[in-house]
Write a protein that binds this ligand. Structure first.
Ligand SMILES: [Zn+2]
Ligand SMILES: [Zn+2]
Length: 161
């Protein structure tokens, strides 16, 4: 996890889009949903939850708008030049965004703690067997949920969608 007061850098493959992620990260999870498979071309994606204001983006990502499992709008941000996936935001102007862990310069700064949408996982994908798995959207511990609810209440100041 990226701690409070810790900043980490990331960006796309070609470097046109760069970002600074300000800790603390709220959650880190493996998502096996069909959308993540199609969007990344992999078995699952690893996402990090942060408040939108914690991500400082340099450059202008392209946005692909779609609808999530629960019917809400989902914006997938990626580099228009190299196609590198960067982050996903929910119902605009939702305050929590999900950053693609693999876009960090050092993805080892985070550790996934859950696996979600296991019902969609492909037969050849593998996960740490110590991690709790959920058929669809995950359930958080009361402590994590309280933290997330608190962050959702924080106003969004950044102009980046
Ligand atoms: Zn790029
Ligand atoms: Zn997903």
């Amino acid at each position: 996890m990226v701690e409070d007061g810790q900043n980490v850098e990331g960006g796309c493959l070609c470097g046109d889009i760069r970002y600074t992620l300000h800790g603390p990260t709220i959650f880190c999870t493996q998502c096996c949903c069909k959308d993540c498979q199609k969007a990344t071309g992999t078995g699952h994606t690893t996402i990090i939850g942060v408040h939108r204001d914690q991500l400082e983006v340099r450059g202008t990502p392209k946005i692909y708008l779609t609808h999530g499992d629960t019917g809400g709008a989902v914006s997938r941000h990626f580099c228009g030049n190299c196609g590198g996936r960067l982050y996903t935001s929910g119902d605009l102007p939702g305050s929590v965004i999900m950053v693609q862990a693999g876009s960090l310069d050092d993805p080892n700064v985070v550790t996934p703690t859950t696996v979600i949408y296991l019902k969609d996982a492909v037969a050849w994908d593998r996960f740490d067997s110590d991690l709790p798995t959920f058929p669809a959207i995950g359930k958080r511990s009361a402590e994590d949920q309280a933290k997330l609810d608190e962050i959702k209440k924080r106003p969004v100041k950044t102009m980046v969608m």
